[in-house]
Design a protein around this ligand. Structure first.
Ligand SMILES: [Zn+2]
Length: 585
């Protein structure tokens, strides 16, 4: 090899030094380098970190399983057997013996509200409180800690605690006084507010009842009682002040830590406002982001045409390290429980009602065409089959108008697609982002069965059919409204049984396999986020975004998957979560 010959020439010319002993050492070292280079032994510097003796599930079809991985400067430099690892290990290499534990690519959550979810700690948590006195006491102690002008914001109150009535407007006035006070249930569609909030929102005895909403009123005076349901909460939602930069910074750290603890290394934040994008940008610039983030920025018809240009310029001007923003979020319809998911055929319990579109199809087509032309991806909230068909029509129109190119459009929730739409998704290359946790026979599922009817409800979440139709499937938690844990979601997708155990499988023929689900939560997620060259599988050259699990998932009863502990999460080879069971050398 030529470089080695050159070095040998230099060596020959460097004789006759004034300092023979050192010269001999230099010669010996140089000779060693020459021999190493000429002998074909790896001359790379030793790896920073070596993980060995594991069940390494790579997601690389060329080598699905391995035993060892070496990492240098955040990148994977070796994947293979233990023997081959030796060439990458030096005295400075940190070595971790996995003792047969499972090592796999870090998980991708393709639909999560990471930053918004992190701000929940700034609220007054009422979950689990079972007595009115306990709720009022909690609100009182939260109110005492608030800064000037801050809202008292109680969250996750169970409606049954106050026998359906909730804390009255008067009781909230007594606690909060002039300060705006709001208590909400977990769904965010039932509010109990005080007089200050009603006043600012302009809700009084003369306010007409909104369509699809209820303003509860005193039977005698007609004055609002402070209880607002469904669409009636909208004017109050808009008043709730957005957290400031410091609150967002703390929220992001909390939420990212929660994500890292369950093995998540990449996310798509499904609704990122301009203020939130700033918070992400600051965290990324400061090196504080412990997950890779694709920010999905919302756009709605009320925003006007200028908003599309804003989205495009925000996405193209962002040159983040772990942050990108090339995704636009659009709500196409609502949900089954409220009869707002858009269906092809009427709701069973409301003949003639096919649900509600939140956009005009013409607006959707035009908006997607423009976003697609600028290289952005769209992330569409779609539940019912009519919403899904219209979304696919709009995407198909954009493809025809803008011509072929690499695209990654995402249908989120995609609860009732129907076989025909699945075939179209496969043909158009549109990604299906399921919320696997919904596929269990629980309270929430029963809430959808009533409006849809038993027969149509059997078509919900056809995850197996999606894989078989050739659709690229990913998983999204929708945290904080559902569990953040990918293993819990994977368990439900494999079993379609209640997470809590017991019960029978719901539509068992739609169960997915473990290999399919691991692909959904790793490589498919990376593809959707446009990062498959960087992450999503364990291959040399890729970033060391990895997770170590206590056990090999392929050897665990599917009903026990959620019990498998995450022991170590690495991002760019650096631990972002570590269980004490893994000693860091
Ligand atoms: Zn969501």
């Amino acid at each position: 090899m030529k470089p080695a010959d050159d070095r040998r020439t230099e060596l020959a010319c460097s004789g006759g030094s004034l300092n023979p002993p050192i010269n001999r050492i230099t010669r010996a070292l140089l000779l060693l380098i020459v021999l190493v280079a000429a002998g074909g032994v790896e001359a790379d510097p030793a790896a920073d970190l070596a993980l060995e003796g594991g069940a390494v599930y790579t997601l690389d079809p060329g080598r699905p399983w391995a035993q060892a991985v070496a990492i240098s400067q955040g990148r994977i430099v070796y994947v293979g057997d233990t023997k081959g690892l030796a060439a990458h290990v030096g005295p400075e290499t940190r070595r971790i013996d996995l003792h047969g534990r499972m090592l796999l690519p870090g998980f991708h959550d393709s639909h999560i509200h990471l930053l918004a979810g992190g701000t929940r700690n700034d609220r007054c948590q009422l979950r689990g409180l079972a007595w009115p006195d306990a709720v009022l006491a909690a609100l009182r102690s939260c109110a005492a800690r608030l800064a000037e002008g801050q809202w008292l914001y109680g969250t996750d109150l169970d409606e049954s605690v106050f026998a359906g009535r909730g804390p009255t407007r008067q009781s909230l006035d007594a606690i909060a006084g002039e300060r705006p006070a709001l208590v909400r249930d977990e769904s965010g569609r039932l509010f109990w507010v005080n007089s200050a909030v009603l006043g600012t929102a302009g809700i009084d005895a003369d306010t007409p009842e909104p369509p699809n909403g209820v303003i509860e009123r005193d039977a005698i005076t007609g004055e609002p009682t402070g209880v607002l349901r469904d669409a009636a909460v909208e004017p109050v939602w808009r008043l709730i002040p957005e957290p400031g930069p410091e609150q967002y910074r703390a929220a992001l750290q909390r939420a990212s830590a929660a994500a890292n603890a369950v093995g998540i290394t990449s996310i798509i934040d499904a609704r990122v406002t301009p203020t939130m994008l700033d918070a992400y940008r600051r965290a990324d610039a400061a090196g504080e982001l412990s997950v890779r983030v694709l920010a999905s920025q919302p756009i709605a018809p009320k925003d006007g045409r200028g908003r599309i240009d804003e989205l495009i310029s925000a996405a193209s001007s962002l040159h983040g390290n772990r942050l990108s923003a090339g995704s636009a979020k659009i709500f196409v319809d609502g949900e089954f429980g409220q009869h707002t998911a858009a269906l092809e055929a009427s709701y069973q319990d409301r003949p003639g009602d096919r649900g509600t579109l939140r956009i005009e199809p013409a607006w959707l087509s035009e908006t997607i065409r423009r976003l697609d032309a600028a290289g952005l991806q769209v992330h569409l909230h779609v539940m019912g089959d009519r919403a899904i068909r219209l979304a696919l029509d709009a995407i198909e129109g954009a493809i025809q108008a803008n011509g072929p190119r690499r695209r990654r459009h995402q249908l989120a929730h995609v609860a009732l697609p129907g076989q025909e739409n699945l075939a179209r998704m496969a043909a158009l290359g549109v990604v299906a982002d399921f919320q696997m946790l919904w596929a269990q026979p629980d309270q929430e599922m029963r809430g959808a069965i009533g409006p849809l009817g038993e027969d149509r409800a059997r078509e919900l979440l056809p995850i197996r059919s999606a894989f078989e139709s050739g659709v690229t499937v990913v998983g999204g938690s929708d945290w904080p409204s559902e569990s953040i844990d990918p293993l819990a979601a994977i368990q439900v997708a494999l079993t379609r049984r209640p997470l809590a155990g017991g019960g029978t499988a719901w539509i068992p023929e739609q169960r997915a396999s473990l290999a399919e689900m691991l692909a959904a939560y790793t490589l498919n997620g990376a593809r959707l986020a446009g990062r498959e060259q960087l992450t999503g599988s364990i291959e040399t050259g890729k970033a060391a975004d990895l997770v170590v699990l206590e056990r090999n998932l392929f050897e665990v009863d599917p009903m026990n998957l959620q019990q498998v502990r995450v022991l170590l999460t690495l991002l760019d080879g650096v631990p972002v979560y570590r269980d004490p069971a893994i000693a860091w050398p």
